[in-house]
Write a protein that binds this ligand. Structure first.
Ligand SMILES: Cc1cc2nc3c(=O)[nH]c(=O)nc-3n(C[C@H](O)[C@H](O)[C@H](O)COP(=O)(O)O)c2cc1C
Length: 219
């Protein structure tokens, strides 16, 4: 691999989904840096269709946690009943760990942590802009990397916004106009856990040469 700027590369490697936070604030300067990194992201036709709501109020974060828990619970219960979840955890041999994972997912507890974060950033996109899902994703990744470089932690959540009924409840609560879609919630705070990297598929299986299926890398 080419020599890359070490600090930049370290930020890429260090970024992990953080779901436990310390009860500590984030400075306004850091928040502004995070939001500025979102603003600098690329967007189709430079449409910049994103809007962000920073939620720090505990009651509002509890509301997000409550709605997220219900939405995730329904989604993962569906995955369990359709056996999708079981195939996802096929490689895990420890039956007790598997059982705990199923419970955490199907109960929705997996998404309840957003009320522990110092703030939740609601990521909205203009519905009329075709590229909005991609544009907002670019802005989110910029934010996650900036968060990491500041020594903070974050998690990108989509499960709580997938169900249209939950999206509508959140839109009403946060007074989001009809012409915007709520794409994601980004929980941000001072990390309360150290995460091991989750497994990644080897490049050999991801990258093809000229045609689909022809390995670009032999190892
Ligand atoms: C589009 C998208 C949606 C995600 N939704 C959720 C979510 O709803 N809840 C959650 O806890 N994590 C969510 N994540 C985080 C992933 O679970 C995580 O990125 C993945 O397991 C890899 O782990 P890592 O981020 O620590 O490298 C999401 C990530 C992405 C990119």
């Amino acid at each position: 691999m080419t020599e890359v700027n070490k600090e930049f590369w370290q930020v890429i490697l260090d970024r992990r989904s953080i779901r436990k936070y310390e009860d500590k604030p984030i400075s306004e300067e850091d928040i502004r840096t995070i939001m500025e990194s979102a603003r600098q992201a690329p967007s189709g036709e430079n449409a910049q269709p994103w809007r962000f709501i920073i939620v720090k109020d505990q009651e509002s974060k509890d509301f997000l946690s409550y709605v997220g828990k219900g939405g995730s619970g329904r989604r993962f219960t569906g995955e369990y009943l359709s056996k999708h979840m079981q195939s996802r955890f096929e490689a895990l041999e420890d039956e007790e760990k598997k059982r705990k994972a199923y419970k955490k997912l199907t109960s929705g507890n997996v998404s309840a942590f957003v009320n522990q974060a110092y703030m939740d950033i609601l990521v909205l996109g203009k519905k009329e802009v075709w590229d909005a899902p991609f544009d907002t994703s670019g802005a989110i990744e910029n934010m996650l990397l900036t968060v990491t470089s500041l020594g903070l932690g974050a998690c990108w959540l989509v499960a709580p916004t997938i169900d249209i009924r939950d999206e509508l409840r959140m839109k009403k609560y946060f007074e989001i106009p009809e012409e915007y879609k709520l794409y994601a919630i980004i929980a941000v705070g001072v990390p309360g856990e150290v995460k091991n990297p989750r497994p990644r598929i080897p490049l050999k299986e991801l990258v093809y040469s000229e045609k689909f299926g022809e390995e670009y890398y032999k190892e």
